[in-house]
Design a protein around this ligand. Structure first.
Ligand code: ADP
Ligand code: MG
Length: 341
């Protein structure tokens, strides 16, 4: 008799969840990315008990077809790539088809979704517990998608134990919403925590207004615009005046083709751009938006997609450094977009 057995889908999903869904903020990140990929212009995040009791994300995006909703919970099922060519030219935030099955396997999940297409006479209401679908039926047609995740990690006690304080988890959630709000100024984000409004962005498409939504107007007014391009990269964004600094790098947001990424070398290039203008141990507030041919960036490095391999990294760092240096050498302030706020 063979010693090797093939694991059930449900078990495979729980294993994947270990990597993709580390904490409540990972759920928020994945669900927000799905809403953004669905071209939502308004996204509301409602959480209770720092996401451990409930995480609810409501978007006004494209919705999911009735025949696709159950499929969306299957591992490696995605509408975002079809073949290996597309894998090397990723334009969406998602592509692995792993988030929903992973989340579903460690929670109680409810999806209400509908498309605007006239062919769809109704929407869909789906419920799954621990990855097993218990309801999948027609529902009133409200265009967009609402995903509700309850009792996260109820069936993975070790993971639940690892969760620190509610306050720390809430901070992780706020952080990810802030970053994605900065990455997508065209989307109006709202965060409601235990029934109270915590954060709102305007969704006008203007990055400086998104910065105002996230960090406040007075901070946004002390940021200068940067812009630089060469044949491979297009770098835009805002960086704080040298007088406005923080004690850590957490206020540096690096975006690559709409994705929030973590990259030590780029952080260093940003700080280098300030030269001697920054005191030792102080860091700027910055949002650096890099556009690159997707062919030159490999996002398929880690399940959370925050690590990206970039070709010609040295060239990019120089571009960022010089753009910041130039912007800070002619400090022109109080830009137009904020005058009416
Ligand atoms: P991926 O995002 O990598 O494709 P997911 O497991 O996150 O994988 O989602 C599976 C599929 O479900 C997506 O490809 C998409 O077609 C659909 N989907 C998920 N969330 C939404 C949403 N908010 N709006 C529309 N479609 C969605
Ligand atoms: Mg996804």
């Amino acid at each position: 008799m063979s010693k090797i057995i093939e694991l059930s889908d449900n078990l495979a999903n729980k294993i994947a969840a270990g990597e993709v869904i580390e904490r409540p903020a990972s759920v928020v990140k994945e669900l927000l990315e799905n809403a953004i990929d669905a071209k939502a212009s308004q996204i509301t995040v409602k959480i209770e008990e720092a996401g451990l009791k409930t995480i609810e994300i409501i978007d006004n995006g494209e919705g999911i077809a009735p025949e696709d909703v159950a499929l969306a919970l299957k591992r490696h099922a995605t509408s975002k790539i079809k073949d290996v060519d597309e894998l090397f030219r990723i334009r969406t935030l998602g592509f692995r088809g792993e988030a929903l099955p992973s989340i579903a396997s460690v929670s109680e999940l409810t999806i209400n979704t509908a498309r605007s297409q006239t062919a769809d006479v109704s929407g869909t209401h789906l419920v799954a517990k621990g990855g097993d679908i218990t309801q999948n039926e027609p529902a009133p047609k409200r265009v967009g998608t609402q995903v509700k995740v309850e009792n996260l990690f109820y069936n993975t006690p070790a993971r639940l134990k690892y969760i620190k304080s509610l306050q720390a988890e809430l901070a992780h959630i706020t952080d990810i919403i802030n970053r994605l709000s900065l990455a997508h100024p065209e989307v109006a984000f709202t965060l409601v925590n235990d029934g109270r409004d915590m954060m709102k962005t305007a969704g006008t498409g203007d990055l400086q207004q998104a910065i105002a939504g996230v960090y406040g107007i007075s901070t946004a007014k002390k940021m200068v615009e940067i812009s630089s391009a060469d044949l491979d990269f297009d770098v835009t964004g805002y960086v704080s005046l040298p007088e406005l600094t923080r004690a850590n790098r957490n206020y540096i947001t690096v975006l690559l083709n709409g994705r929030y990424i973590k990259n030590f070398l780029i952080n260093r290039a940003i700080v280098d751009g300030y030269g001697s203008k920054l005191m030792v141990g102080r860091f700027p507030i910055a949002v650096i938006d890099i556009k690159i041919d997707p062919f030159l960036a490999d996002v398929n490095v880690h399940p959370t997609k925050q690590e990206v391999r970039i070709s010609k990294e040295g060239e990019l760092m120089n571009l960022i450094k010089t753009a910041i240096r130039a912007a800070l050498s002619d400090e022109v302030l109080i830009p137009d977009a904020l005058e009416n706020l």
